[in-house]
Design a protein around this ligand. Sequence first.
Ligand SMILES: [Zn+2]
Length: 386
Amino acid sequence: MNSQEVVRFYPEVRSVHLERLSEMTPSRIYFLSKRSDFDESLLSAGRYAERTTLFRMVVSVVRNPPRVLEVPEPLWFNYTLHSWVLIRALRLLRPRASRATRIVAYAIENAEYSWIPPKLSWLPGRIWRIAARSAGMSAWAGIDRLAFGSQGAAGAYGNMARDAGWNVMPGETAIFPALPSYCSCGETALRGAESARDGLESVVTFIGALEARKGLDILLDAWSMVSAAMPGLSLNIVGTGPMEPLASESDAREASVKYLGGLDREDIHKLLTKSDIVVLPSQRHGRWREQVGLSIVEGLAHGCTVVASSETGLAEWLESNGHLVVSAPTDSGELADAILRAAARHDSRRGSVLPVRDGRIEADGWLSENSILDAASAQVGGVDGR
Ligand SMILES: [Zn+2]
């Protein structure tokens, strides 16, 4: 029987998952649902991705143990049980054949395990902490290699392991910051734009769900101060969600604000090549905390200056690489000030040194690499995080 090479379980598949696939180890993807930003055309482009159920996935993996099985990260509590069932079924039902299977995960959750979900706020905090820690650690214990996508994620996982009494993190761990490489779509456009744009005021762009957790209301508040101070600036708002009326009202009221609705991937790339600043003032919401922020990553990839809140796991990197980080909860005055400072910098474009390869692709290389040391390292385990 041919073993499947790499199987990835992405419970909620996003466009960006499939877009990167061509540069990652060839694999088969199982998903349970699609995120709202999912671009259907990606499915027809010959990429192997299949909607399934937990049961069908277990059957497939047990029947044909893969060389590498990627599961959701342990702190994604909605799917901790799914991973646990999948891994246990494979290990128990195929004890010999699954010895060659490496279980891996990519972690970007930076919310502390101890934060209680609002739905469970009636539960004593201590009970939640014990339950969350046990669930998180038992999912993690089944994982052979865990790649962290940010310093923030490594911190949150480290705290959980320490509180659970582990001196070292389970399995092998390594950090691959979720930084992009420069997007090739904008290269020529940017070069041409640099000279053509001299003397023009900055274009500011917000891309994300139109929700309070993405800080859209704070941004719109801040914007009246920004446009009063620097009237030539313009703001593009892209996305859909409950705050759509707020975005439309701003568009109707202020000449400098444009609400573009939801855009497809190609138009987002086009917009970003024309943007100077990407703003994402994410705010904590219940257990939710911005992990990385797709628009931050995509803004970087197109040479934009980023203005983000301290909630993103990349905050530390952004701050030390010439971008602006505001505290959270964010005050609209502080945000306005940060946008103005970013706009005042004429040398702000293309300021970051980005890796040649996207951090997620780099992480995949390590997670799914084929090595004769695999078996040995899987048995030794207990390698401390870097
Ligand atoms: Zn692009």
